[in-house]
Design a protein around this ligand. Sequence first.
Ligand SMILES: Nc1ncnc2c1ncn2[C@@H]1O[C@H](COP(=O)(O)OP(=O)(O)OP(=O)(O)O)[C@@H](O)[C@H]1O
Length: 314
Amino acid sequence: MRAANVSSLLRQLRYPYATWQCSVPASPYAAAKRDLTKQGLASLPGSQGWERRFRMGTSSQQAAASASAESYSTAEMCRAVEAELGKLSTAPSIPALEPVKVVISGPSGVGKDAVIKDLQAKRPDLHFVVTATSRPKRPGEVEGVDYFFVSKEQFEEWIRSDELLEWALVYGEYKGIPKTQVLEALARGTNVIFRLDIQGAQTVRRKFPDAVSIFLVAESEAALVKRLIDRKTEPMDKMITRVETARQEMQHIGEFDYVVLNKDGDLEGAVQQLDAIITAERQRTHRIRWHDSAPSQLPSRVAAPEKLPEMQKC
Ligand SMILES: Nc1ncnc2c1ncn2[C@@H]1O[C@H](COP(=O)(O)OP(=O)(O)OP(=O)(O)O)[C@@H](O)[C@H]1O
Protein backbone atom coordinates (compact mmCIF):
# COMPACT_ATOMS: atom_id res chain seq x y z
CA MET A 1 0.00 0.00 0.00
CA ARG A 2 2.70 2.38 1.09
CA ALA A 3 4.86 1.47 -1.92
CA ALA A 4 1.91 2.22 -4.20
CA ASN A 5 1.45 5.61 -2.52
CA VAL A 6 5.13 6.39 -2.84
CA SER A 7 5.08 5.44 -6.48
CA SER A 8 2.03 7.55 -7.10
CA LEU A 9 3.43 10.54 -5.23
CA LEU A 10 6.78 10.34 -6.95
CA ARG A 11 5.06 10.09 -10.30
CA GLN A 12 2.97 13.19 -9.57
CA LEU A 13 5.98 15.16 -8.43
CA ARG A 14 7.83 13.89 -11.53
CA TYR A 15 10.87 12.77 -9.59
CA PRO A 16 13.66 11.60 -11.85
CA TYR A 17 15.80 8.53 -11.07
CA ALA A 18 18.33 10.29 -8.84
CA THR A 19 15.87 11.96 -6.46
CA TRP A 20 18.05 11.05 -3.49
CA GLN A 21 20.92 12.84 -5.16
CA CYS A 22 18.99 16.12 -5.03
CA SER A 23 18.30 16.40 -8.74
CA VAL A 24 14.56 16.86 -8.42
CA PRO A 25 13.06 19.58 -10.59
CA ALA A 26 11.55 22.52 -8.69
CA SER A 27 8.00 21.92 -7.60
CA PRO A 28 5.85 24.71 -6.18
CA TYR A 29 5.11 24.25 -2.50
CA ALA A 30 1.37 24.55 -2.88
CA ALA A 31 1.14 21.90 -5.56
CA ALA A 32 3.39 19.56 -3.62
CA LYS A 33 1.40 20.06 -0.41
CA ARG A 34 -1.87 19.47 -2.27
CA ASP A 35 -0.48 16.26 -3.70
CA LEU A 36 0.66 15.06 -0.29
CA THR A 37 -2.70 15.81 1.26
CA LYS A 38 -4.60 14.17 -1.60
CA GLN A 39 -2.47 11.06 -1.16
CA GLY A 40 -3.01 11.08 2.59
CA LEU A 41 0.76 11.29 3.02
CA ALA A 42 0.99 14.62 4.77
CA SER A 43 1.39 12.82 8.08
CA LEU A 44 3.96 10.27 6.91
CA PRO A 45 7.27 10.46 8.78
CA GLY A 46 9.46 12.90 6.96
CA SER A 47 6.75 14.90 5.28
CA GLN A 48 6.51 17.23 8.30
CA GLY A 49 10.21 17.88 8.18
CA TRP A 50 9.93 18.42 4.48
CA GLU A 51 7.23 21.06 5.04
CA ARG A 52 9.16 22.74 7.86
CA ARG A 53 12.31 22.96 5.80
CA PHE A 54 10.32 24.31 2.88
CA ARG A 55 8.86 27.06 5.08
CA MET A 56 12.29 27.87 6.54
CA GLY A 57 13.44 28.73 3.06
CA THR A 58 15.00 25.47 1.84
CA SER A 59 14.46 25.09 -1.87
CA SER A 60 11.65 22.80 -2.87
CA GLN A 61 14.20 20.60 -4.64
CA GLN A 62 16.27 20.03 -1.53
CA ALA A 63 13.21 19.71 0.67
CA ALA A 64 11.54 17.17 -1.57
CA ALA A 65 14.76 15.22 -1.90
CA SER A 66 15.29 15.33 1.83
CA ALA A 67 11.72 14.19 2.52
CA SER A 68 12.20 11.32 0.10
CA ALA A 69 15.48 10.29 1.66
CA GLU A 70 13.98 10.37 5.14
CA SER A 71 10.79 8.57 4.29
CA TYR A 72 11.60 6.02 1.65
CA SER A 73 14.28 3.47 1.12
CA THR A 74 16.39 3.40 -2.05
CA ALA A 75 14.63 0.16 -2.99
CA GLU A 76 11.24 1.87 -2.70
CA MET A 77 12.45 4.80 -4.79
CA CYS A 78 13.79 2.44 -7.43
CA ARG A 79 10.44 0.68 -7.56
CA ALA A 80 8.76 4.06 -8.04
CA VAL A 81 11.06 4.84 -10.94
CA GLU A 82 10.42 1.42 -12.46
CA ALA A 83 6.67 1.97 -12.12
CA GLU A 84 7.12 5.11 -14.22
CA LEU A 85 9.77 3.98 -16.71
CA GLY A 86 9.68 0.19 -16.75
CA LYS A 87 12.28 -2.29 -15.53
CA LEU A 88 15.72 -0.78 -14.87
CA SER A 89 18.47 -2.52 -16.78
CA THR A 90 21.37 -4.07 -14.86
CA ALA A 91 23.32 -4.75 -18.06
CA PRO A 92 26.83 -3.24 -17.92
CA SER A 93 26.96 0.26 -19.43
CA ILE A 94 30.22 -0.68 -21.12
CA PRO A 95 29.95 -4.29 -22.29
CA ALA A 96 33.62 -4.67 -23.27
CA LEU A 97 36.35 -2.58 -24.89
CA GLU A 98 38.31 -3.42 -28.00
CA PRO A 99 41.99 -3.74 -27.12
CA VAL A 100 44.24 -0.80 -28.02
CA LYS A 101 47.11 -1.30 -30.45
CA VAL A 102 49.90 1.11 -29.60
CA VAL A 103 52.80 1.75 -31.95
CA ILE A 104 55.92 3.37 -30.47
CA SER A 105 58.50 4.66 -32.88
CA GLY A 106 61.39 7.09 -32.91
CA PRO A 107 65.04 7.35 -33.90
CA SER A 108 67.64 4.87 -32.77
CA GLY A 109 68.87 5.66 -29.26
CA VAL A 110 65.90 7.86 -28.30
CA GLY A 111 64.91 5.41 -25.56
CA LYS A 112 62.14 3.23 -27.03
CA ASP A 113 63.31 0.10 -25.22
CA ALA A 114 63.87 1.99 -21.98
CA VAL A 115 60.38 3.56 -21.88
CA ILE A 116 58.65 0.35 -22.92
CA LYS A 117 60.41 -1.59 -20.18
CA ASP A 118 59.18 0.84 -17.50
CA LEU A 119 55.73 1.06 -19.07
CA GLN A 120 55.38 -2.71 -18.90
CA ALA A 121 56.20 -2.66 -15.19
CA LYS A 122 53.51 0.01 -14.71
CA ARG A 123 50.84 -1.56 -16.93
CA PRO A 124 50.52 -5.33 -16.78
CA ASP A 125 47.49 -5.00 -19.10
CA LEU A 126 49.85 -4.36 -22.03
CA HIS A 127 51.26 -7.16 -24.15
CA PHE A 128 54.62 -6.07 -25.47
CA VAL A 129 54.94 -7.47 -28.97
CA VAL A 130 58.35 -9.10 -29.13
CA THR A 131 60.22 -8.37 -32.34
CA ALA A 132 62.36 -10.99 -33.99
CA THR A 133 65.81 -9.86 -35.11
CA SER A 134 68.84 -11.34 -36.78
CA ARG A 135 71.21 -8.95 -34.99
CA PRO A 136 73.40 -10.30 -32.18
CA LYS A 137 72.16 -10.09 -28.61
CA ARG A 138 73.42 -7.06 -26.63
CA PRO A 139 74.64 -7.53 -23.05
CA GLY A 140 71.69 -7.86 -20.67
CA GLU A 141 69.12 -8.64 -23.37
CA VAL A 142 66.93 -11.68 -22.77
CA GLU A 143 65.68 -14.03 -25.49
CA GLY A 144 61.88 -13.86 -25.88
CA VAL A 145 61.66 -10.82 -23.60
CA ASP A 146 63.63 -8.13 -25.43
CA TYR A 147 63.72 -9.84 -28.83
CA PHE A 148 63.58 -13.23 -30.46
CA PHE A 149 67.14 -13.67 -31.68
CA VAL A 150 67.10 -15.78 -34.82
CA SER A 151 69.52 -16.54 -37.64
CA LYS A 152 69.23 -14.81 -41.03
CA GLU A 153 68.28 -18.20 -42.54
CA GLN A 154 65.43 -18.68 -40.04
CA PHE A 155 64.20 -15.15 -40.73
CA GLU A 156 64.20 -15.70 -44.49
CA GLU A 157 62.23 -18.92 -43.98
CA TRP A 158 59.57 -16.94 -42.01
CA ILE A 159 59.41 -14.38 -44.82
CA ARG A 160 58.86 -17.15 -47.40
CA SER A 161 56.08 -18.79 -45.35
CA ASP A 162 54.33 -15.43 -44.63
CA GLU A 163 54.58 -15.75 -40.85
CA LEU A 164 55.46 -12.11 -40.22
CA LEU A 165 53.10 -9.18 -39.68
CA GLU A 166 55.82 -6.86 -40.99
CA TRP A 167 59.53 -7.09 -41.54
CA ALA A 168 62.43 -5.00 -42.79
CA LEU A 169 66.13 -5.11 -43.37
CA VAL A 170 67.52 -2.41 -41.04
CA TYR A 171 71.24 -1.57 -40.96
CA GLY A 172 71.92 -4.93 -42.64
CA GLU A 173 69.92 -6.96 -40.08
CA TYR A 174 66.40 -8.38 -40.32
CA LYS A 175 63.73 -7.14 -37.91
CA GLY A 176 60.11 -8.25 -37.93
CA ILE A 177 57.04 -9.27 -35.97
CA PRO A 178 55.77 -12.85 -35.91
CA LYS A 179 51.99 -12.70 -36.50
CA THR A 180 50.77 -15.34 -34.08
CA GLN A 181 51.54 -13.57 -30.78
CA VAL A 182 49.74 -10.40 -31.92
CA LEU A 183 46.59 -12.12 -33.12
CA GLU A 184 46.44 -14.29 -29.99
CA ALA A 185 46.80 -11.29 -27.66
CA LEU A 186 44.11 -9.32 -29.53
CA ALA A 187 41.77 -12.31 -29.50
CA ARG A 188 42.15 -12.42 -25.69
CA GLY A 189 41.19 -8.72 -25.58
CA THR A 190 44.69 -7.68 -24.43
CA ASN A 191 46.15 -4.28 -25.39
CA VAL A 192 49.28 -4.64 -27.47
CA ILE A 193 52.28 -2.38 -27.84
CA PHE A 194 54.58 -2.47 -30.85
CA ARG A 195 58.08 -1.04 -30.97
CA LEU A 196 58.74 -0.20 -34.59
CA ASP A 197 60.83 1.87 -36.96
CA ILE A 198 59.08 4.31 -39.32
CA GLN A 199 58.60 1.74 -42.05
CA GLY A 200 57.23 -0.85 -39.61
CA ALA A 201 54.89 1.73 -38.07
CA GLN A 202 53.53 2.55 -41.54
CA THR A 203 52.86 -1.13 -42.26
CA VAL A 204 51.14 -1.80 -38.93
CA ARG A 205 48.99 1.34 -39.27
CA ARG A 206 47.93 0.12 -42.70
CA LYS A 207 46.98 -3.28 -41.28
CA PHE A 208 45.36 -1.87 -38.11
CA PRO A 209 43.97 1.56 -39.05
CA ASP A 210 42.75 2.11 -35.47
CA ALA A 211 46.27 1.73 -34.04
CA VAL A 212 47.47 4.62 -31.87
CA SER A 213 50.89 5.79 -33.01
CA ILE A 214 53.37 7.62 -30.80
CA PHE A 215 56.66 9.15 -31.87
CA LEU A 216 59.34 9.44 -29.21
CA VAL A 217 61.90 12.25 -29.43
CA ALA A 218 64.92 13.46 -27.46
CA GLU A 219 65.16 17.17 -26.65
CA SER A 220 67.69 17.67 -29.45
CA GLU A 221 69.80 15.85 -32.01
CA ALA A 222 72.86 16.47 -29.79
CA ALA A 223 71.13 14.80 -26.82
CA LEU A 224 70.22 11.83 -29.00
CA VAL A 225 73.80 11.35 -30.22
CA LYS A 226 75.13 11.60 -26.66
CA ARG A 227 72.72 8.83 -25.63
CA LEU A 228 73.91 6.63 -28.48
CA ILE A 229 77.57 7.24 -27.60
CA ASP A 230 76.95 6.51 -23.91
CA ARG A 231 75.16 3.27 -24.78
CA LYS A 232 78.42 1.99 -26.29
CA THR A 233 76.74 -0.56 -28.54
CA GLU A 234 77.65 0.77 -31.99
CA PRO A 235 81.01 1.38 -33.65
CA MET A 236 81.48 4.91 -35.06
CA ASP A 237 80.52 4.06 -38.67
CA LYS A 238 77.24 2.42 -37.61
CA MET A 239 76.48 5.31 -35.28
CA ILE A 240 76.87 7.83 -38.10
CA THR A 241 74.44 5.82 -40.22
CA ARG A 242 71.93 5.85 -37.32
CA VAL A 243 72.17 9.61 -36.91
CA GLU A 244 71.72 10.14 -40.66
CA THR A 245 68.67 7.87 -40.54
CA ALA A 246 67.37 9.73 -37.47
CA ARG A 247 67.38 12.98 -39.48
CA GLN A 248 65.21 11.37 -42.15
CA GLU A 249 62.92 9.77 -39.54
CA MET A 250 62.26 13.12 -37.87
CA GLN A 251 60.60 14.22 -41.13
CA HIS A 252 57.81 11.68 -40.43
CA ILE A 253 56.63 13.00 -37.05
CA GLY A 254 53.46 14.35 -38.67
CA GLU A 255 52.31 10.85 -39.61
CA PHE A 256 51.95 9.96 -35.91
CA ASP A 257 49.05 10.65 -33.56
CA TYR A 258 51.22 11.80 -30.65
CA VAL A 259 54.75 13.00 -29.98
CA VAL A 260 56.33 12.35 -26.57
CA LEU A 261 59.53 13.95 -25.33
CA ASN A 262 61.92 11.56 -23.57
CA LYS A 263 63.96 14.21 -21.82
CA ASP A 264 67.45 13.41 -20.59
CA GLY A 265 67.25 12.20 -17.01
CA ASP A 266 63.43 12.16 -17.06
CA LEU A 267 62.53 8.73 -18.37
CA GLU A 268 59.69 8.60 -15.83
CA GLY A 269 58.13 11.74 -17.36
CA ALA A 270 58.00 10.10 -20.78
CA VAL A 271 56.56 6.90 -19.31
CA GLN A 272 53.84 8.90 -17.53
CA GLN A 273 52.87 10.62 -20.78
CA LEU A 274 52.64 7.31 -22.61
CA ASP A 275 50.58 5.84 -19.79
CA ALA A 276 48.16 8.79 -19.94
CA ILE A 277 47.78 8.49 -23.72
CA ILE A 278 47.03 4.77 -23.52
CA THR A 279 44.53 5.28 -20.71
CA ALA A 280 42.67 7.97 -22.65
CA GLU A 281 42.74 6.03 -25.92
CA ARG A 282 41.40 2.94 -24.15
CA GLN A 283 38.29 4.89 -23.17
CA ARG A 284 37.44 6.13 -26.68
CA THR A 285 33.78 5.35 -27.36
CA HIS A 286 34.53 3.74 -30.69
CA ARG A 287 36.28 0.95 -28.78
CA ILE A 288 33.09 -0.19 -27.07
CA ARG A 289 32.14 -3.63 -28.31
CA TRP A 290 28.41 -3.08 -28.64
CA HIS A 291 28.01 -6.48 -30.27
CA ASP A 292 28.62 -8.04 -26.83
CA SER A 293 25.22 -6.57 -25.77
CA ALA A 294 21.74 -7.46 -26.85
CA PRO A 295 20.39 -4.54 -28.97
CA SER A 296 17.68 -3.91 -26.35
CA GLN A 297 20.43 -3.15 -23.82
CA LEU A 298 22.04 -0.41 -25.90
CA PRO A 299 21.70 3.07 -24.42
CA SER A 300 19.04 4.91 -26.38
CA ARG A 301 21.40 7.76 -27.31
CA VAL A 302 23.81 5.35 -29.00
CA ALA A 303 22.72 3.85 -32.26
CA ALA A 304 23.60 0.21 -32.80
CA PRO A 305 26.36 -0.09 -35.41
CA GLU A 306 25.08 -1.13 -38.79
CA LYS A 307 28.04 -3.42 -39.30
CA LEU A 308 30.04 -4.91 -36.47
CA PRO A 309 33.75 -4.10 -36.53
CA GLU A 310 35.81 -7.14 -37.36
CA MET A 311 39.37 -7.88 -36.41
CA GLN A 312 41.50 -7.17 -39.40
CA LYS A 313 43.33 -10.19 -40.74
CA CYS A 314 46.99 -9.74 -41.52
N1 LIG B 1 65.37 9.80 -20.52
C1 LIG B 1 66.59 9.29 -20.63
N2 LIG B 1 67.63 9.91 -20.05
C2 LIG B 1 68.88 9.41 -20.14
N3 LIG B 1 69.20 8.27 -20.79
C3 LIG B 1 68.20 7.61 -21.40
C4 LIG B 1 66.87 8.07 -21.36
N4 LIG B 1 66.09 7.20 -22.05
C5 LIG B 1 66.92 6.25 -22.50
N5 LIG B 1 68.19 6.48 -22.13
C6 LIG B 1 69.38 5.68 -22.44
O1 LIG B 1 69.64 5.92 -23.83
C7 LIG B 1 70.15 4.75 -24.44
C8 LIG B 1 69.28 4.39 -25.64
O2 LIG B 1 68.05 3.91 -25.16
P1 LIG B 1 67.31 2.66 -25.85
O3 LIG B 1 68.29 1.56 -26.10
O4 LIG B 1 66.11 2.37 -25.04
O5 LIG B 1 66.95 3.35 -27.24
P2 LIG B 1 66.14 2.75 -28.47
O6 LIG B 1 65.30 3.84 -29.00
O7 LIG B 1 65.45 1.50 -28.05
O8 LIG B 1 67.35 2.44 -29.47
P3 LIG B 1 67.44 1.39 -30.71
O9 LIG B 1 66.34 1.74 -31.65
O10 LIG B 1 68.79 1.66 -31.28
O11 LIG B 1 67.32 0.03 -30.10
C9 LIG B 1 70.18 3.67 -23.37
O12 LIG B 1 71.47 3.58 -22.84
C10 LIG B 1 69.19 4.18 -22.33
O13 LIG B 1 69.49 3.71 -21.05
